[in-house]
Design a protein around this ligand. Structure first.
Ligand code: F0G
Length: 357
């Protein structure tokens, strides 16, 4: 191949991943996502060292690709012919893409009517078999777990209860440390099924234990107020939030996430839909970063903590922006403060439309 492609994720962090030379890795170019300094937002919040880990720039537009590349590779290594997952949208988009590239079947089970349109289209375009159930994500996960345990239709579960998913996702923490040259003081992250906060915590600990960084961050997780079981301490039967990606009432990685919180001296708090949408708009308008609503929960939480004086102004803070804003055009459109102005295709017509004449 000509040129120098950026190293693929599994190559870059091979020493930390459960792969061997026999593992058939199918890469789509995941990882190595930008760590963007949020100068304008940081100034507003009084946090000059605020950074955004822009995970929406992964191949299918979310952090899920980090875990999926490893999970699908290990499934292939074990001889799997098909994979299955429940999803609020991003896991299914990612599973469908990697299964397509690997030439195996993908089945996704989704909560009907609660998937952002871009994510649903991704699963369909990649050729997955898509089943929408009349229930929420927690119902869908229960079903796929049971299906994957049956003997008559062998199929590998690739939700984050598959241990290889978290192994891949921990590389997000490695990249944050590699880019900063140290671990941040605070890592803020949205929490749904609670796999990602657990994976990041594992990554930070492994990097510290390997002597690559001296410290680990406090882990700050944020759930949507209508879907905040880890905050209230008990499952939520009917989770609701505009951030459909984290509309989850009974997270699978509950214990791992609370352990990450407690071991790191961190917190898991709830942010309201209004706070999420305010952060979502601020990221776009002040930083030029278009993430999906769930992703903005991390910034919403940091915004509130900064306003309450709970953050040292010198703190090195990284917010993980988990998914791309283009996945959910419906939410983007419904909150628009500006509109398209029609004009004649002439200098005069456009100048008039701009109010310049
Ligand atoms: N942000 C986005 C954009 C997500 O899609 C998810 C989870 C999360 C945050 C939360 O991560 O579950 O590891 O705590 N999405 C899953 C899915 C549930 O099916 O795509 P988590």
């Amino acid at each position: 191949m000509k040129g120098t492609p950026r190293p693929d994720l599994v190559e870059r962090y091979r020493a930390f991943l459960p792969v061997t030379d026999e593992t058939p890795v199918v890469s789509l170019g995941e990882g190595s996502t930008p760590l963007v300094r949020a100068s304008r937002l940081g100034e507003t919040l009084g946090l000059p060292n605020l950074y955004l880990k822009v995970e929406g720039q992964n191949p299918t537009g979310s952090f899920k690709d980090r875990g999926m590349v490893v999970a699908v590779a290990k499934a292939l290594e074990a001889g799997a012919q098909s994979v299955i997952c429940a999803s609020t949208g991003n896991t299914s988009a990612s599973a469908a893409a990697y299964a397509a590239a690997a030439g195996i079947e993908c089945v996704v089970v989704l909560p009907a009517g609660k998937i952002a349109i871009g994510k649903l289209l991704q699963a369909l375009v990649f050729g997955a078999r898509v089943i929408a159930v009349h229930g929420n994500f927690d119902d869908a996960l229960r079903v796929v777990r049971a299906l994957s345990e049956q003997d008559d239709h062998p199929i590998t579960l690739v939700n984050s209860v598959n241990p290889f998913r978290l192994e891949g996702q921990k590389t997000g923490a490695f990249e944050v440390c590699d880019d900063l040259g140290e671990a941040p003081d605070v890592l803020a992250i949205p929490v749904g099924n609670a796999g990602n906060i657990s994976a990041y915590w594992r990554g930070f600990r492994e990097y510290r234990d390997a002597g690559i960084v001296d410290s680990v961050p406090r882990m700050w997780g944020f759930q949507a107020a209508g879907a905040a079981p880890l905050v209230t301490g008990h499952p939520v039967e009917h989770p609701e939030t505009v951030a459909t990606a984290i509309r989850i009432g009974n997270p699978a990685s509950w214990t791992l996430a609370t352990r990450a919180r407690d071991e790191s001296g961190g917190r898991i708090d709830a942010v309201t839909d209004d706070q999420i949408l305010a952060a979502y708009r601020a990221l776009a308008r002040e930083e030029g970063v278009f993430c999906e609503p769930a992703s903005a929960a991390s910034v919403a939480g940091v915004t509130r903590a900064a306003a309450a004086g709970e953050l040292d102004p010198d703190a090195l803070v990284v917010c993980v922006l988990t998914g791309n804003g283009l996945k959910d055009p419906t939410t983007a459109e419904s909150g628009l403060a500006v509109e398209v102005i029609e004009a004649d295709p002439t200098v005069g017509g456009v100048a008039t439309a701009l109010g310049w004449t």
